[in-house]
Write a protein that binds this ligand. Structure first.
Ligand code: PLP
Length: 404
């Protein structure tokens, strides 16, 4: 078996070879600028972009005219939220979001607050689900937009978008969704789901990095966003900048493949994910994070009690590439804010592993991962005085630890 095994597909996916093949001519012979109107190089590029726009729109049930190509979801989230804040300033300045959004949404909201907007950050339940009664209660006459992610990147919990959009509609509020982790993995339909703005990105769905899209509804209601980039007026004035033609072509192909193969991919990843999870949950004091049913088919997030997070990662990351609940900041290891928001303590957040599978994951890779994680957890616990005390029945929460 080839090592290391890649199980970090929520961070990024490999580019499907069929996507790469479609892109190559747009680096070489078909290198034209899609905005060059006077010659065939430009026309060829423009045609390819139009075709990709149709492929992208088809995956989410949108009209191609509703697709704005961006550099990725961070840009899409920024354009949606800042663009709505500016465009609808006369209507109101209140936004509602959740504490478990990606930083691309949370940090954008912080900027909006500095610029005079009010933002309500709703907490989620222990399983990552939003309390819809709390959501509705948070709406005020000044609310312009609810921003709720379709599926969470750390725990895979999927939000009930139809129910959320019914609430938004009832109050005449726009619904924006960061759907990065959901698009291409589970059926997403902007009309059925009632979403008005939606950001997504190619590199999480077997496409290239540096290209994504913002869906902006054109009918019922017609939504507008103020451009955040000034220049040549590309993308119907909403996003200036020469289009990344090879990237867009690859994104289109990736969307088409996901549309055609999503069911088969989901069956494959969920079967392997369930095997991995069943085996790992046999380990004593292992806890599944997130909702057990309402979640993405390829994600599992598990915490191992009384295991030192850094040691756990060091024990496995030579063979397995994945993410843990410890995020490296410049000076220290910070526990995941998403897991903390679910109510986990620092220890369980640090000792969590996020497994993200893909259409390319193989069964023997899962078997190897299970064995290595099990061995590492047991070894670390063997060396851990905390585990020893726990086994002796000492209540660790009542011990007074010395300050250091
Ligand atoms: N939103 C979510 C939920 C994500 O998982 C990510 C990627 O990590 C992003 C936004 C950012 O997307 P991009 O890398 O395309 O800017």
């Amino acid at each position: 078996m080839e090592l290391p095994i890649y199980l970090d597909n929520n961070a990024t996916t490999p580019c499907d070879p069929r996507v790469v093949e479609t892109m190559v001519p747009f680096f070489t012979s078909n290198f034209g600028n899609a905005a060059s109107r006077n010659h065939s190089f430009g026309w060829t590029a423009e045609e390819a972009v139009d075709y990709a726009r149709e492929q992208v729109a088809a995956l989410i049930g949108a009209n191609p005219k509703e697709i704005i190509f961006t550099s990725g979801a961070t840009e899409g989230d920024n354009l949606a939220l800042k663009g709505v804040a500016e465009m609808y300033a006369a209507k109101g300045n209140h936004f509602i979001t959740t504490t478990v959004e990606h930083k691309a949404v949370l940090d954008t909201c912080k900027v909006l607050e500095k610029e005079g907007c009010d933002v309500t950050y709703l907490e989620v339940e222990r399983d990552g689900m939003l309390d819809l009664a709390k959501l509705e209660a948070a709406i005020t006459p000044k609310t312009v937009c609810i921003a709720v992610m379709y599926a969470n990147n750390e725990i895979g919990t999927v939000n009930p978008m139809k129910e959320i959009s019914a609430i938004a509609k009832k109050h005449g509020v726009l619904l924006m969704s960061d759907a990065v982790q959901a698009v291409g993995k589970i059926p997403v339909d902007v009309n059925e789901d009632g979403i008005d703005l939606m950001a997504f990105t190619a590199h999480k769905m077997y496409g290239p990095k540096g290209v994504g899209a913002l869906y902006v509804r054109r009918k019922n209601p017609r939504v507008k966003v103020t451009a955040q980039m000034d220049g040549g007026g590309h993308e119907r004035g909403m996003r200036s900048g020469t289009l990344n033609v090879p990237g867009i072509v690859g994104f289109g192909k990736a969307c088409e493949l996901c549309r055609l193969e999503m069911e088969q991919d989901a069956a494959h990843t969920s079967k392997l994910r369930d095997k991995l999870e069943t085996e790992l949950m046999k380990i004593e004091e292992a806890y599944l994070n997130g909702h057990k049913e309402n979640r993405l088919p390829h994600v599992s997030n598990i915490s191992f009690k009384h295991v030192e997070g850094e040691g756990l990662l060091m024990g496995i990351n030579k063979d397995i590439a994945l993410s843990s609940g410890s995020a490296c900041t410049s000076a220290s290891l910070e526990p995941s804010y998403v897991l903390k928001a679910l109510g986990l303590g620092d220890d369980l957040a640090h000792s969590s592993l996020r497994f993200g599978l893909s259409r390319f994951t193989k069964e023997d890779q899962i078997d190897h991962a299970v064995e290595l994680v099990r061995k590492t957890v047991l070894k670390l616990r063997d060396m851990s005085p905390l585990w020893e005390m726990y086994k002796e029945g000492i209540d660790l929460d009542t011990i007074e630890w010395a300050e250091h």
